[in-house]
Design a protein around this ligand. Sequence first.
Ligand code: CP
Ligand code: NVA
Length: 298
Amino acid sequence: MPSHLLEIDDLSSAELDKVLSLSTQSSEELLLGKGAALLFEKPSNRTRNSMEMAIVQLGGHPVTIRPDEVGIGKRESTGDVAKTLSCYHALIGARVFDHKTVSELSAYSSVPVINMLSDEAHPLQALADLLTIKQEFGQLKGLKIAYIGDSNNVARSLAIGSLMAGVEFSVASPKGYEFSEASLKRIQSVGGQILQTGEPETAVEGANVIYTDVWTSMGQEKESATRLRDFNGFTVTMEMLSLADPESIFLHCLPAHPNEEVTQEVLDSSYSRIWKQAENRMHSARGAIAFLLSNEGV
Ligand code: CP
Ligand code: NVA
């Protein structure tokens, strides 16, 4: 059983399945009288609110810490931040710029650390995505997800989680925005099929789920004009969705930039499950915390 959740493959496939089933249950006692520290180096809407509410639903008390308050690695070393927070809390969540920071927190923490988004990974998002897809289609195995856009943190965790769950994964990114070799190696290490292409039309063919995320992630704002140009042709449109399976659904981790990576029409369409997906951030966060803090194993 993993002590931390820094990337979704810290779980085995059986443990991933267990987290998804815990996500539909409640356990009001697990965090009773206990705290959970949520450290943020970047803004957040869904992650902060879903994590806080998941902790409350488990009987605990969330303490959200803004970037200027603790100053990870600035006011105090990352290791000392982890050791201090471990004195008071049963869990540490961290949203960081550099994945190394969340790894370092986990190395010094005596309580489970959850990555709430780094430049490399967004495991909590992938859990909510897989939960939403499972609820929609009844099972995951045998489905196909097409991700259109930047091969970023969200795409990487989703790709790994999909392959772990027996879902075929195709990704269409412009040249220069494909997965790094290290990420590709990590994705492929879980087995299963990933198709990488430069053509969105090829990726979406027969897909059950079409997924996209912003072209410019937090921390990349200076590249935004270049990215806007480079991603031309990668907007998810109704026309693109018509090439997918007729029963397909559209997902986006949010926040969206309407009419950049996806049209407003798609966001509002009958394909869209973005609000169910956003709600599921809370349920899957509760499942992930319950799994990490319980001694049940699989
Ligand atoms: N999807 C997601 O992580 O949203 P926030 O950045 O608002 O937390
Ligand atoms: N890829 C985006 C996801 C935000 C939830 C980012 O890192 O900013």
